[in-house]
Design a binder for this molecule. Structure first.
Ligand SMILES: NC(=O)c1ccc[n+]([C@@H]2O[C@H](COP(=O)([O-])OP(=O)(O)OC[C@H]3O[C@@H](n4cnc5c(N)ncnc54)[C@H](O)[C@@H]3O)[C@@H](O)[C@H]2O)c1
Length: 398
């Protein structure tokens, strides 16, 4: 197996794959579609971050690619349908930066409650403004979390450890952790809490949900955070509320339009306001998160290569077979229609291959069966498996 790792991935990714006997070539930048098509010829695995587009054209040119590792959170840069149609597994790291976002949210809450940016600016300007006016402990204060998913629920635990009273609102039924209390509507949450923090996902319906009406509904002198998605909030309305004093402080990490490159100019109605912390979408950007992403995705690729495990794959059915003690293992990805398993097993029976163990999972239109066999598989058996009409891919795992 050979892996091509692009976009300067954490060195842990390369070392984990190399230790597993996979030959690795690393490159620092992203590749264009045409470059990728040319270079991929020699590789079985591809590792990317967000800048390399793995389009349907790339995958059509390399249908034998075994797996793609997205060493990041999102997978929008990969044509997932095209990958699934060809039985190419895709893995990502959905949870690796959760803790980093939570820590930034906590830092922001404390910084706003103590008006740290205001104090900092004054002192840098040579003004000794020592006063307790408008400065608060966060212990005992109420925090309202909108969106109780990976980040929202972990923030709930950490905020509670710091003595905050946590309330949350989620459109789905969610288990309340610790002493957190569920609100039955966003309005109930806004009426209740002193600090509102958004951790909703990027579904289209969330566009502009935090508008002038919802901002006005917040309790007077509340604090506000958005570390989720830029398009969720009307920032002009937030600016008005900050200027009028209705909102006492805001911390914003995500914007509807964000500059593409480091060093590019940034503009926002929120620039220049006191007690407003603006950060350039760095909620999840820590060295620890990068290391975790490197370890997480490389481990998923390695396990898929060595055992056929599709645990946490973005696009294939989930199977987590351990290491096999049988002669050989064969992974069969197929179109999920009735009778495929019978046809696969018919092939084994006709070739006198004993089945030592077998697991099947399906996901939508795709089925995945991993079979441990009692004897080595001859090329004829593999050919016959490929001949099953519903077959997408057959991979023999030693
Ligand atoms: N700032 C950063 O650097 C950074 C880093 C990582 C993630 N994020 C963003 O943070 C957000 C949360 O990430 P996550 O991993 O916790 O996602 P998640 O999918 O685990 O959780 C999102 C939660 O929001 C809920 N939800 C969706 N719409 C809602 C609404 N209108 N009202 C109430 N609840 C709603 C969902 O039911 C879900 O429980 C995402 O938008 C993600 O893109 C930002």
């Amino acid at each position: 197996m050979r892996a091509l790792l692009l976009e300067n991935l954490h060195p842990l990714a390369s070392s984990l794959l190399t230790e597993a006997g996979i030959e690795v070539e690393s490159r620092s930048g992203a590749l264009s579609e045409d470059e990728l098509i040319t270079v991929l010829e020699r590789f079985d695995l591809l590792g990317i971050r967000s800048k390399t587009e793995v389009t349907g054209r790339v995958l059509a040119a390399h249908p034998d690619l075994v797996a793609v590792g997205a060493f990041c959170i999102g997978t929008n840069q990969i044509d997932l349908d095209a990958a699934t149609e060809r039985g190419i597994a895709v893995f990502n790291a959905p949870y690796s930066n959760t803790r980093s976002v939570v820590e930034l949210a906590i830092a922001n809450i404390i910084a706003m409650a103590r008006r740290l940016t205001v104090r900092d600016k004054a002192l840098h300007a040579g003004v000794w403004d020592k006063s307790s006016d408008g400065s608060h402990e966060i212990r005992g204060r109420t925090l309202g979390i909108v969106g109780y998913g990976n980040i929202g629920s972990q923030l709930s635990v950490v905020a509670e450890m710091l003595g905050m009273q946590v309330y949350f609102y989620d459109t789905e039924e969610k288990l309340a952790l610790g002493n957190a209390r569920r609100c039955s509507s966003l309005e109930e949450l806004l009426d209740t809490v002193e600090t509102v923090t958004l951790h909703v996902d990027g579904r289209a319906g969330n566009a502009g949900i935090f508008d002038a009406t919802r901002i006005a509904r917040m309790r007077p002198r509340s604090l506000f955070l958005n570390l989720s998605r830029g398009f969720v909030v009307d920032y002009d309305a937030l600016r008005d509320a900050l200027v009028s004093g209705h909102v006492a402080g805001a911390a914003v990490d995500v914007f509807p339009v964000e500059p593409v490159r480091r060093g590019d100019r940034f503009d926002s109605p929120l620039r220049g306001l006191p007690n407003v912390i603006l950060t350039p979408h760095v909620g999840g950007s820590t060295e620890e998160a990068q290391e975790d992403i490197g370890r997480f995705v490389a481990t998923k690729l390695r396990n898929y290569v060595q055992t056929g495990s599709t645990a946490l794959s973005v696009n294939l059915p989930t199977l987590t077979p351990g290491h096999s003690s049988h002669a050989q293992r064969v992974a069969h990805i197929h179109h999920n229609t009735p009778g495929v398993l019978a046809k696969v097993n018919q092939v084994f029976a006709e070739h006198d291959v004993n089945i030592g163990g077998q697991v099947l999972a399906t996901r939508g239109q795709t089925g995945y069966v991993v079979t441990d066999t009692g004897s080595d598989l001859s090329p004829a058996v593999v050919r016959a498996l490929r001949g099953v009409p519903e077959t997408i891919r057959v991979r023999v795992i030693d």
